[in-house]
Design a protein around this ligand. Sequence first.
Ligand SMILES: Cc1cc2nc3c(=O)[nH]c(=O)nc-3n(C[C@H](O)[C@H](O)[C@H](O)COP(=O)(O)O)c2cc1C
Length: 389
Amino acid sequence: MSLRFLTAGETHGPQLTTIIEGLPSNLELDFEALNFQLHRRQKGYGRGRRMQIEKDTAEILGGVRHGYTTGAPLALVVQNNDWKHWQNIMNVEPVEGNDEAKRRIHRPRPGHADLNGGLKYNLKDLRNVLERSSARETTVRVAVGAIARQFLAQFGVKVAGQVRRIGEIEAPLHHLPIDELIERTEASSVRVTDEETEKKMEAYIDQIKKEGDSIGGIVECIIEGLPVGLGSHVQYDRKLDGRIAQGVMSINAFKGVEVGIGFEAGELRGSQVHDEIMYSEERGYYRATNRLGGFEGGMTNGMPIVVRGVMKPIPTLYKPLQSVDIDTKEAFTAQVERSDACAVPAASVVMEHVVTWEVAKAFLEKFGGDSMEEIHANYQNYLKQLGNY
Ligand SMILES: Cc1cc2nc3c(=O)[nH]c(=O)nc-3n(C[C@H](O)[C@H](O)[C@H](O)COP(=O)(O)O)c2cc1C
């Protein structure tokens, strides 16, 4: 059985819930490191009040004993601290009261799932769509990715993320070693590697906010330390770059994904794109460059994985956009709502975990075993095979 998870829960419900199945036994979990990843998602310049209310903490309710996974499904929940104010509005039992008391929504917001979901599920209260389509769900996607990250770390795999662009401001690439990249982006309010860009981005976000608008950007994830051969060329749904792309596109507000130089490959000649194959006693086979972002034939090639995703500007704006009321069919301009102006730094953390999850899944498919000991033995055996090739 391959690794899988499902999530459940609403943004103003009591909690978000996930069950992960297929984790091996004897994986030591660091709970502090898990919560650290949840806190990273909540930070970032340009975020609003909700992030101050929610101090996300993961509670594990099954599948772990005395700090180690048991091989049983891992049940994990993250409470919504704002729930106390929403108990009546989000009650699972029928409640008395008018639309206002129930906070019924009949005015769909452009750029959100509201109208499509209302029409598709025949829901006349668009809150039933909004509550689930909210990016709050990415909290538990970070939690499952954080567990995947701890699993991969046992094999020396490192994951980093950085913001490459916010609107008009592009972050210059500094080609840093991964540990320094992690350290510098962690110290930055917008997850970039230099202070000059950070200041420019902060000022830019302030300006966007003042104008009642929102802004998106481009984020990048780098994963180092993976062996050649995760994923496969033999079947479309085993191509790991394709699976990563699906994962990235499933993140709220993501509108595009690139691997390596991505769309730039359409502008360059073959000789400027493909990475030449080299060999040394010390490194074995490697590529002279990494323009293809660690993938050839849907498989890892041993070079770092480099994936970028583009996030559209947040759709809830202070600047009203036109829409149509589902009760009256009359046009209105969406009311001003409290919302973040920019969530690109947070989205960078989400994308890191989404990509990490897909990689961990492929890792387990390749070296699969029921316990960490078995996986380590399979992994070592494969490294030996590569060494003898
Ligand atoms: C980390 C993160 C935070 C977000 N915060 C908000 C927000 O505060 N307000 C908002 O309108 N949309 C926000 N979004 C985007 C919406 O969730 C998303 O645009 C919406 O669910 C529609 O989905 P789609 O854009 O993928 O089509 C956020 C997205 C992410 C990844």
